[in-house]
Design a protein around this ligand. Structure first.
Ligand SMILES: [Zn+2]
Length: 244
């Protein structure tokens, strides 16, 4: 049976800027004979599909918490600064094929956050479910949600961090963590470790020394984790904004 091109079913007044195919109705019907399974069935117009994709992008974007860092891109990273090339190459490879974990270690001001946010922005544009948080914000959230005496056992935001297709945890440091905050962080790492979910962690040396043992052992599993150390980088922020 020959299937004809869909044609408009609802006759809506055609305003300027509305879709040419469906005249703004959002649905079309196939020009098929009576008895055809699609006879009389409305089908979604391409313009509705584009709207659905735009809406999903908007939801993913607001979930990711990346608004303040949306200008941090791989293409705006200054990889000419000595000591950043390995990290830049690793970040590009990871962004294109997010598998396993990547840990970026270096002193503050060397562009770790830029690279971590750039990976997140890249994956967000591939319509992945991305979650970006600093460890300090995460701990604040945990403190306000799971007080030690709290009976809350389920928290949506924490679940999103555990299950996101990509989690970026910026500036990990555990030295001021209480034991229950350590336990929560361990749960987060352990569930992502067990499910092998792509994860980006940045930290400086102090952060590295403060790690709880269970997290340290997961971060040192070389079958999952790629660790990149920035070598003696000058202040990346100064090089990024020479006028500052
Ligand atoms: Zn349309």
């Amino acid at each position: 049976m020959k299937i004809m091109q869909p044609e408009a079913v609802h006759i809506a007044p055609h305003k300027k800027g509305t879709c040419e195919r469906c005249k703004g109705a959002g649905y079309l019907r196939m020009n098929v004979p009576f008895g055809h399974p699609l006879f009389g069935k409305p089908i979604r117009c391409q313009c509705k599909e584009a709207e659905r994709i735009a809406r999903r992008r908007q939801q993913l974007s607001s979930l990711s918490d990346l608004d303040a860092l949306s200008d941090k891109r791989l293409e705006s990273y200054n990889f000419r600064i000595p000591g950043t090339q390995d990290a830049f190459r690793a970040a590009c490879a990871f962004a294109r094929h997010p598998q396993g974990w990547i840990v970026l270690i270096g002193s503050s001001g060397n562009g770790k956050t830029h690279l971590a946010a750039a990976i997140a922005n890249y994956c967000l544009e591939q319509d992945r479910v991305v979650f970006f948080t600093t460890a300090a914000d995460l701990l604040d959230h945990l403190r306000s949600t799971f007080a030690p005496t709290s009976t809350v056992h389920y928290d949506q935001r924490f679940m999103q961090m555990r299950e996101a297709e990509l989690l970026v945890l910026d500036d990990l440091v555990m030295e001021s963590c209480t034991s229950w905050a350590r336990e929560k962080l361990y749960q987060l790492f352990n569930s992502r470790y067990t499910a092998r979910l792509p994860t980006v962690v940045t930290m400086n040396q102090r952060g590295q020394e403060s790690l709880e043992e269970g997290i340290r052992s997961r971060l040192s599993d070389q079958s999952l984790v790629k660790t990149v150390v920035f070598e003696r980088v000058g202040d990346y922020r100064l090089s990024e904004h020479p006028e500052a």
